[in-house]
Design a protein around this ligand. Structure first.
Ligand code: RB5
Length: 147
């Protein structure tokens, strides 16, 4: 799986941890920054990851900021992006099974490292259930298409 990664300063350290684990698991990771704990703006990285995923079908993403909130709001402004802010492993599994989430989001200041890695592993090992959930995720896009 090719995975685009992004964070602001508040999520930088967690992003690095998650990237290391993804590489260990055999994924190809493209790190779009940020590259330090120097203060920066989370929307820049949310938009960069969202644009790359939409331009590169079949890919997914991870995003982190301090809380995970701002960067998930920004990513979800893109039609076709389903960014799921997860605080536990069950949410990560359900985000894939029911919502076909294509971006995992976590808060670097809120989730401990061991839990974050478990959330990551659950997210990328689960798959979309389809069926009734397919119709529902298609309805998500209606406001963004202006209908
Ligand atoms: C940055 O201080 C912080 O506001 C940001 O990382 C994030 O938590 C916003 O939602």
């Amino acid at each position: 799986m090719k995975i685009y990664a992004g964070s602001d300063h508040g999520g930088f350290l967690l992003k690095q941890t998650l990237i290391r684990r993804l590489v260990e698991l055999g994924h190809k990771v493209v790190d779009l920054g940020t590259n330090s704990e120097k203060s920066c703006d989370y929307p820049d990285f949310a938009h960069a990851v969202a644009r790359e995923i939409l331009a590169d079908p079949g890919t997914m993403g991870i995003l982190t900021c301090g809380s995970g909130i701002g960067i998930s709001i920004a990513a979800n402004r893109h039609a076709g992006i389903r960014a799921a802010l997860c605080h536990n492993s069950l949410e990560a599994t359900l985000a894939r099974q029911h919502n076909d989430a294509n971006v995992l989001v976590m808060g670097g200041r809120l989730v401990g490292e061991a839990l974050a890695v478990d959330i990551l592993e659950k997210f990328f090992s689960a798959s979309f259930d389809g069926g009734r959930h397919q119709d529902r995720i298609e309805k998500i896009e209606i406001p963004l298409k202006g209908r």
